[in-house]
Design a protein around this ligand. Structure first.
Ligand SMILES: [Cu+2]
Length: 339
């Protein structure tokens, strides 16, 4: 029965889903930001309403963003890359040091000047006419909100589906969160499917390794998964390229009523996935712990029955038959081989 509490639950649930999706969807695109040159910036005595010379004096933007400076003061000003004189330096013989990266030239009250920042970094600027006026622009790299491969190409289909070169296994691979940042735990999730029936392979063994910037940081060999797939967690300390390799994939058991046996060594039964780790602007370290899943020891149980138990029973049967056939053979005759 659907009662009023169920409906309240559904509405509250939907609200939180909406809230979560709107928070996650803060799309990265070029923005225009404004820095005001307030009335009084011309006055080094600070006896005007202005408390800062550029407002805000420090601004953080992303690569490709444009800043527009608006002159609300009563004198002309410049926005010139470099170091100003500081609050009192101009009283001596320091009038600031331009760096030549950008320079608005003088623009008058009511006018504005814009500049687009194409590189990451920290850019100080000042006014060459009033060198106490100083400002700072922080340009951060764009972190996209969709997954990318190691070459920087957007991954259109996520999770990624990859069929092994020998056409036997389809690997379904994804990671969470979709955008990997340094000092933030990521979970690589994967499932293996039989390409004939498109059904999960439930008895699996494989080697998995994680390569970060050309260096292997994680390896687990002869991993056993009983649920058609598994996951591995990792925390990257540095930005850069990541490759996840699957090798020696073996599958065994019944899929869709059919017996499958992909247990022989196969150079063609492999899969490689790549992605990228971005510098985390919010975190410089983590207290999170990596917890890998527990192995389920199902794979070799049935294989053991087939490989060890069956021949053992056969051997036992042979011994019994031989004993019955030659019950009186003395043991000494068997061991005195001349060689
Ligand atoms: Cu000025």
């Amino acid at each position: 029965m659907v009662n009023q509490y169920t409906w309240i639950g559904i509405i509250v649930g939907l609200f939180f889903i909406f809230l979560a999706s709107s928070l996650l969807n803060n799309q990265a695109y070029a923005e225009e930001k404004v820095v005001l040159i307030p009335f009084g910036a011309y006055n080094p005595e600070l006896n005007t309403p202005a408390e800062v010379w550029y407002d805000p004096p420090e601004i953080s933007i992303q690569v490709g963003d444009t800043i527009t400076w608006k002159n609300d003061d009563r004198e002309g000003h410049t926005v010139t890359s470099g170091k100003g004189s500081g609050r009192f330096g101009w009283m001596g013989d320091d009038f600031g040091t331009p760096e030549g990266l950008f320079d608005s030239g003088r623009f008058m009250p009511g006018d504005s000047w814009s500049y687009t920042f194409e590189n990451t970094g920290s850019f100080s600027y000042f006014c060459v006419i009033h060198p106490w006026m100083e400002g700072l622009v922080q340009v951060e790299a764009i972190i996209p909100d969709y997954p990318h491969d190691a070459s920087g190409k957007k991954i259109e289909q996520f999770p990624i589906l990859q069929i092994t070169p020998d056409n036997s296994v389809e690997v379904n691979f994804s990671w969470d969160p979709k955008v990997i940042k340094t000092h933030e735990k990521v979970k690589f999730i994967y499932r293996f499917y039989d390409t004939v029936n498109d059904l999960p392979l439930r008895k699996l063994q494989y080697d998995i390794s994680i390569i970060h910037n050309g260096k292997e940081v994680y390896r687990d060999e002869q991993t056993v998964s009983g649920a058609g797939g598994d996951y591995r967690e990792w925390i990257f300390e540095e930005p850069g390229q990541v490759i996840i390799k699957f090798r020696n994939i073996k599958a065994f058991g019944t899929v869709g009523g059919m017996e499958i046996k992909l247990t022989e060594e196969s150079v063609g039964r492999i899969a490689d996935f790549s992605t990228i780790v971005y510098e985390n602007p919010e975190k410089t370290q983590t207290t999170e712990k990596i917890v890998q899943p527990k192995e389920t020891l199902q794979f070799y149980y049935e294989i053991a029955v087939a490989i060890i138990a069956a021949p053992a029973i056969l051997l036992l049967a042979i011994i019994l038959i031989m004993k019955r056939k030659k019950p009186s053979m003395p043991t000494s005759e068997r061991s005195d081989s001349p060689i």
